[in-house]
Design a protein around this ligand. Structure first.
Ligand code: ZN
Length: 78
């Protein structure tokens, strides 16, 4: 289990995201963005838009995805 923050994945806050794989952490960020924006947060709107864009354009989103995986792999376990 590792932890990344919303900010490490391109968001504006330090909300902690937990997961055993980079994909799990990315999914947790996706969920966090959806939840916080639907509760009326403005600061996360751009990050949510970018996240949605990545699912729609997987090729151009690949660089971000590789970075996220790389950052995740570099984290200490625990
Ligand atoms: Zn956040």
């Amino acid at each position: 289990m590792k932890t990344m923050t919303c900010r490490q994945l391109g968001g504006p806050c330090d909300f902690p995201l937990h997961g055993g794989t980079a994909d799990e952490v990315i999914k947790a960020q996706d969920r966090h963005l959806n939840e916080i924006v639907s509760s009326g947060d403005e600061a996360h709107k751009n990050a949510l838009k970018e996240m949605k864009g990545r699912w729609k354009h997987p090729i151009s989103g690949m660089g971000w995805y590789k970075n996220a995986k790389h950052d995740f792999a570099a984290l200490p376990e625990g």
